[in-house]
Design a protein around this ligand. Structure first.
Ligand code: ADP
Ligand code: ASP
Ligand code: MG
Length: 449
């Protein structure tokens, strides 16, 4: 472990996507220089998506798409660096990365393992550029590829980190740099298996990288720099009247992330909790705000925020004869668990069990097994979920009364409801088409707008 206490600063895809954004990053890092920052970066906005799309790209279009990615990087680099020699040095690096990505795309074998190797180029390129920009701005900096630090299992595309090994690697690699006053620029999103294969931590995983590094170094603070002023009462891109939450507890922020608020990767908070590290969400493009502080401190009971998922998979399992026979639910959940599918909500009636899922990997095999003893129907696109989040809300009867009144006024049918295992979440399953309207109506009702 590093002996110097430090902060981790993560900059997301939009924060590295333009000249102004990268200049803002350099200025922000300068400002925090005395706090010995470790910087974590995402790929340039849109690049991960474009790399993932190679799995569905006809062979004839591969080179065109690679050159489009080259252009994205070249435009950025040319806008940042006035000297042609800098541009050509960086572009040589970018082109080599893209050549590797192209080779994988051409092979056409898109296993989760190969996909991780392919998408890793996004963060590898952006971290090189940001580190270079910091040096040009007079800050001693070194690019670090996180496969050397973040040790994970081999659950490709959704890997989980291994704390002990990661801590050892971070101490060995980052510790000496921090001590020398060098700012490491670490690739977000990427990890590595024991036997050296590249993994990723799931979409949006750079937030998680930041908290993994913070955990490994026992940092003073984890900062998530993004493109909005902090964590809002609802997604500000969907709810115009949403407001910044200045203080929120670990539990509430975790619940928001798990139930769809993209501002934090769902697993970001856990490592911070273990080491009691505050997490601050800040806007790269607006330094005049203090953002949101996520900490162990409770900020009182009541509704804090509304999160949503536009699409959830709803699975109904019917069995008139079997439901109340001993072990039915256990047998059913065991099948989901064995296929590593986690269930968000469960509702049980006399003859059926409904569950909602986020991740549909392996769903076909689950259904096949369930069908050996029950009737199964799956609704893939048509349902979404709205979640009300705040300490103590699930035990408040008034909230449910108000939700029902709002929904009946708006003619929004409620398909399923769950009060959560804890008392901080009420989730409502409704038609996807109603989600945005429901979020707006509930938000404006509960926040008195
Ligand atoms: P980054 O690339 O910086 O990681 P993301 O797009 O992953 O950025 O996350 C930031 C986005 O999260 C915001 O632009 C916003 O639209 C969305 N978001 C969803 N829910 C919330 C919320 N409750 N508060 C703030 N932002 C939210
Ligand atoms: N670049 C990755 C993604 O788009 C990770 C991240 O941005 O956090 O999912
Ligand atoms: Mg993100």
């Amino acid at each position: 472990m590093a002996n110097v206490s430090n902060i981790v600063m993560k900059f997301g895809g939009t924060s590295v996507a333009s000249r102004d954004a990268v200049f803002a990053v350099v200025a922000i890092v300068k400002r925090y220089r005395k706090a010995h920052p470790v910087v974590v970066v995402s790929a340039i906005r849109g690049v991960t998506e474009a790399l993932l799309a190679f799995s569905k790209c006809p062979k004839a279009k591969i080179s065109g798409r690679i050159s489009a990615l080259r252009t994205v990087h070249e435009k950025l680099v040319a806008a940042i660096f006035p000297a042609a020699s800098d541009v050509s040095e960086i572009m040589a690096y970018v082109v080599a990365q893209l050549a590797h990505a192209e080779k994988i795309a051409r092979r056409g074998e898109f296993t989760p393992e190969k996909m991780d190797e392919l998408v890793s180029s996004g963060e590898i390129m952006s971290s090189y550029i940001v580190s270079y920009a910091l040096r040009s701005g007079g800050i001693d900096s070194e690019q670090i590829i996180s496969t050397e630090i973040v040790a994970t299992d081999d659950n490709f595309m959704q890997a989980e980190f291994m704390p002990d090994e990661t801590e050892r690697n971070a101490g060995k690699i980052l510790g000496p740099l921090i001590k020398r006053g060098v700012v490491p620029v670490v690739t977000g999103f990427l990890g590595c298996t024991k036997d050296g294969r590249i993994t990723t931590l799931g979409r949006g995983g750079s937030d998680y990288t930041a908290s993994i590094i913070g955990h490994a170094l026992s940092s003073k603070e984890i900062q998530i720099w993004t493109d909005v002023d902090g964590i809002f009462t609802a997604d500000p891109r969907v709810v115009e009247s949403a407001r910044v939450i200045t203080d929120i507890s670990y539990r509430e922020a975790s619940e928001m992330a798990a139930f769809g608020a993209r501002v934090l990767h769902p697993r970001t908070i856990r490592p911070a909790v273990e080491k009691n590290i505050p997490v601050r969400v800040l806007n790269t493009f607006n330094l005049g705000t203090t953002g949101t502080l996520v900490s162990p401190r409770s900020t009182g009971v009541g509704l804090k925020a509304i999160a949503f998922k536009r699409n959830v998979v709803l699975v109904n399992v019917y069995s008139d004869a079997m439901l109340f026979s001993r072990g039915f639910l256990a047998r059913m959940f065991e099948i989901f668990a064995r296929h590593q599918i986690s269930i968000d909500l469960v509702s049980v009636s006399e003859v059926s069990v409904s569950v909602t899922l986020d991740d549909v990997h392996h769903l076909a095999s689950v259904i096949k097994e369930l069908e050996t003893f029950s009737k199964v129907s799956v609704y893939k696109e048509s349902f979404g979920m709205v979640s009300l989040i705040g300490q103590g809300i699930a035990t408040s009867r008034d909230i449910m009364r108000d939700v029902s009144a709002q929904f009946s006024k708006e003619k929004i049918p409620l398909r399923m409801i769950s009060m959560g295992a804890s008392d901080i979440n009420i989730s409502l399953v409704i038609h996807s088409a109603d989600v945005e309207r429901a979020v707006n109506k509930l938000h404006n009702h509960f926040f008195n707008i």
